[in-house]
Design a protein around this ligand. Sequence first.
Ligand SMILES: Nc1ncnc2c1ncn2[C@@H]1O[C@H](COP(=O)(O)OP(=O)(O)OP(=O)(O)O)[C@@H](O)[C@H]1O
Ligand SMILES: [Mg+2]
Length: 316
Amino acid sequence: MTMSGQAPRVVLVTGKGGVGKTVVSASLALHYASIGLRTVLVETAGATNVSALFGRTGSGYALTELRPRLSTLSLTPEAAIEDYVVQQIRFKRLYTMVFKNRVMGPFIDAVPGLHDAVQLGKVFDLSRERRAGGHAWDRVVVDAPATGHGLTMLGSARSMMELTRAGPLHEGVKQVQDVIGDPRHTAVLLVSLAEGLPVNETIELWERLGESRALLRGVALNLCLPSPIGAADWRDGSGVLDAVPNGAALRGLVERRLQRVDQQAAAAERLHAATGAPVRALSDLRAARDGLNGRPWAEPDLLRLAAQLDPSGLGL
Ligand SMILES: Nc1ncnc2c1ncn2[C@@H]1O[C@H](COP(=O)(O)OP(=O)(O)OP(=O)(O)O)[C@@H](O)[C@H]1O
Ligand SMILES: [Mg+2]
């Protein structure tokens, strides 16, 4: 059996707002496609940022092929519920009668965890989907925001199991939980930034993962800058700056960067100490992408971040 055969086929990427979840998910998914794995990149809770990142227009709940072996789709709880129910009852009119009903609709919306559970159910379906000769997808990468429905998604199958204890839904939810709760099948990656507050938030998020903590394979510390010079070289050699024009300004610049590098190392240390997981520094490519905000990413940039994430080193 190959390494890729043993790695979990579902990878959930999560973290607080704006830390780079979508970029990290896209990097990882593109990496998988580039090594020959058929990959689907799933956005959740109606987010639609992936297609633009690849310079394409998405088609929502329907699959969009981004690259050879790489497709994406955007889940909404509503579409996932409809998909699930129509699958179960094989009768769309009944779905419309019950779920689009003005009296029943809000009632169903209020079922705790249902929105999360159906989205997770769709992820599970994708991971199990077959085609001739095997799985339709070698990897299902999920861009799962920690806000709103994202974080609770992981625990949702477990809470639904309790809710449905013996009902007809129970067996289905249990199957989902057996895959999504098992580190052999499902992995979690956290994305963080190297400042105090984001690190605290990432650690809090990790704590709130509860039993899903066992799924954590690594933490991506995004937007890291390289050290401009070794600390010893700087100590020994920076004296020459006293003799050059603008030396003081240059000294200030280097010292601020060295402080930033120290801060990154401290953040990595704290995250590792709290979670026990490997922490990978991912480069801040914003300077290289200057003026490209909102524009598609170049594949080499995404693949560079993926190489820094080192998926195979994380067992992914
Ligand atoms: N390593 C990086 N280098 C350069 N730019 C980056 C990097 N990571 C993320 N960005 C940029 O930072 C912004 C936020 O990244 P992204 O959209 O991936 O974050 P997110 O966590 O998915 O945000 P949200 O919580 O809003 O979904 C984007 O403009 C993205 O292009
Ligand atoms: Mg995002």
